[in-house]
Design a protein around this ligand. Structure first.
Ligand code: NAD
Length: 264
């Protein structure tokens, strides 16, 4: 079943084959937006996902396998969105990876990959999407930052640097588009139980010799006062709000949805 608030718009969500990106893609499709999927995964599963979303919400879907660390592939993806779906009205920069280590032990190639995927890719998609958004005088750019875009945590130097960076990039993009129908905002989730976080739960369980459930509780207890995970569906609903006319004057925000994480 679909609603129609975004009917006729096209949304491109990077890293939408899993987790938060997939939750946001489904929420936007449910409002009638055509979807450009991107991200890694099993080709057959991705084709099924694409078909399921198209059928369930009566929208068009395409998939592009651009590696978000490669500018030439990002350019090809943006061209494909223009060729097949008429361009990108809603851009959600979501693809991201994590690596956990002290600064002095942080592998240089992991640092470079995290900065490229979690930060620089958003510069490329944004610079390529803006000209058409300006022509139409309408656009929504939503950057998926993190509570780590607002505060730090030990052993996450590259991730925290990239996420603080994307919050800054969001502000500049919002200022440059302030007198137009284009808005740019960041969403800053706390812990969401996706494959990215499950890896950290697994590491914690292995290190402490504790169960998966205990490791999850411990992870939440450290940072997230609510003691509960944020869900991709809740983040999808926030993205839908940011795409609505009610959010026309929400510009340059770093909107935390984090169970109270950054209120501490
Ligand atoms: P996830 O691992 O479930 O999904 C990540 C997505 O990015 C996948 O579709 C993956 O294929 C894609 N991806 C990874 N590297 C890519 C590349 N080089 N090119 C193209 N696609 C690539 O993770 P998630 O938790 O859903 O994370 C999504 C975003 O949300 C990330 O930016 C992450 O930093 C952010 N975030 C997550 C949490 C959390 O608790 N899970 C909290 C705050 C912010």
């Amino acid at each position: 079943m679909q609603s129609t608030t975004l009917k006729g718009k096209t949304a491109l969500i990077t890293g939408s084959t899993s987790g938060i990106g997939l939750g946001i893609a489904k929420a936007l499709a449910a409002q009638g937006a055509h979807i450009v999927f991107n991200g890694f995964g099993d080709a057959r599963e991705i084709a099924r996902l694409q078909a399921d979303v198209a059928r369930e919400y009566d929208v068009k879907t395409i998939y592009h396998n651009a590696d978000m660390s490669k500018p030439a592939e990002i350019e090809a993806m943006m061209r494909a969105a223009a060729d097949h779906l008429g361009g990108v009205d809603i851009l959600v920069n979501n693809a991201g990876i994590q690596h956990v280590a002290n600064v002095e032990d942080f592998p240089v190639e992991k640092w470079d990959a995290i900065i490229a995927i979690n930060l620089t890719s958003a510069f490329h998609t944004t610079r390529l999407a803006l000209p058409q958004m300006k022509t139409r005088n309408w656009g929504r750019i939503i950057n998926i930052a993190s509570a780590h875009g607002l505060v730090g945590s030990a052993q996450k130097s590259a991730y925290v640097a990239a996420k603080h960076g994307i919050v800054g990039f969001t502000k500049v993009t919002a200022l440059e588009t302030a007198q137009s129908g284009i808005t740019c905002n960041a969403i800053c989730p706390g812990w969401v139980l996706t494959p990215l976080v499950q890896k950290q739960v697994d590491a914690r369980a292995a290190q402490g010799g504790i169960s998966n459930e205990e490791a999850k509780k411990g992870l939440l207890a450290e940072k997230q006062p609510s003691g509960e995970f944020v869900t991709p569906e809740q983040l999808g609903a926030l993205a839908v709000f940011l795409c609505s006319a009610a959010a026309n004057q929400v510009r340059g925000a770093a909107w935390n949805m984090d169970g109270g994480w950054v209120a501490q």
